[in-house]
Design a protein around this ligand. Structure first.
Ligand SMILES: [Zn+2]
Length: 271
């Protein structure tokens, strides 16, 4: 028996588990379809290159346990992302920006043609972020779907990690390592965990992400392929982080499901 698709989320909320007729008869008005998008890319010497996609599936699986009978449906993850900032580091399998845009648009059009009204682009790889923000609006314009974009809220775990990790721990550090120890511990080689923080000590206004940003590839900012302190990671922290992130995620998914664009212009005063 194929164990890959077992467990509650796959039995109850995995859209391709249903037949075409089942899907035709789903109530579409309040259904939310989730398209997870991850990455296959180097995450240092200690984590599998599948880290981001494992995190996407692991968090959604857990969230679905708390969203029974909510008419929320998960599509198979797009396992590859736009990872060209890691190209050349072994094991990175990247799509180009234009390819990922085309794949996401094709799937969004398919979701629309199946009769659904709401689509969530669920992203766990930083390198996909800007592209998916742009695509969310493009899909809205092209298909009329209501489109959401969500990166699971890693800020929910800030109280568990140092300020340095919060600011610079963006890849393969304490958070991602702890999460994979919890979600797929056998795939972590913890004894090889590095610590490396980018040196921005002379720059107080420039950041790796955010409003004042400089373009970088991984080789510009890291010797080890990571940014953060993976040695602080533990399975226990991973479990707590997963619970904190999922608790926020569940609330956000419920809000998306009940969200209506039609409500947005109600506070109008005709002067
Ligand atoms: Zn990652």
């Amino acid at each position: 028996m194929n164990k890959r698709y077992s467990g509650f989320a796959f039995e109850e909320n995995f859209l391709p588990r249903l037949s075409s007729v089942d899907i035709e008869h789903l109530s579409k008005e309040d259904a939310l379809v989730i398209l997870p998008i991850g990455a296959v890319e180097q995450h240092g010497p200690h984590l599998p290159v599948y880290t981001d996609t494992l995190i996407a599936e692991g968090l959604l699986e857990e969230a679905m346990l708390q969203l029974q009978h909510e008419n929320i449906w998960v599509l198979p993850a797009i396992p590859y992302g736009k990872s060209n900032e890691h190209l050349g580091l072994s094991g990175t399998m990247s799509l180009s920006a234009s390819t990922l845009q085309a794949v996401v648009m094709d799937l969004a059009i398919s979701v629309c043609k199946s009769g659904f009204k709401k689509l969530l682009l669920f992203n766990t790889h930083g390198g996909n972020h800007d592209l998916l923000n742009m695509m969310a609006r493009e899909i809205r314009i092209e298909t009329g779907l209501m489109v959401f974009r969500l990166n699971p809220g890693f800020e929910a775990v800030n109280r568990l990690i140092s300020q340095q990790e919060q600011r610079f721990g963006i890849h393969g550090g304490e958070v991602e390592t702890s999460l994979i120890m919890e979600l797929k511990g056998d795939w972590v080689q913890f004894d090889k965990s590095p610590t490396e923080f980018v040196n921005l000590s002379n720059n107080h206004h420039l950041h790796l992400k955010g409003n004042s940003y400089f373009a970088w590839v991984m080789n510009d900012i890291s010797n080890t392929g990571i940014a953060g302190d993976a040695r602080q990671a533990t399975k226990e922290k991973g479990k707590m982080m997963k619970e904190l992130i999922v608790s926020e995620l569940v609330k956000t998914l419920k809000e998306m499901k009940h969200f209506s664009l039609g409500d947005l212009k109600k506070d109008y005063v005709n002067k």
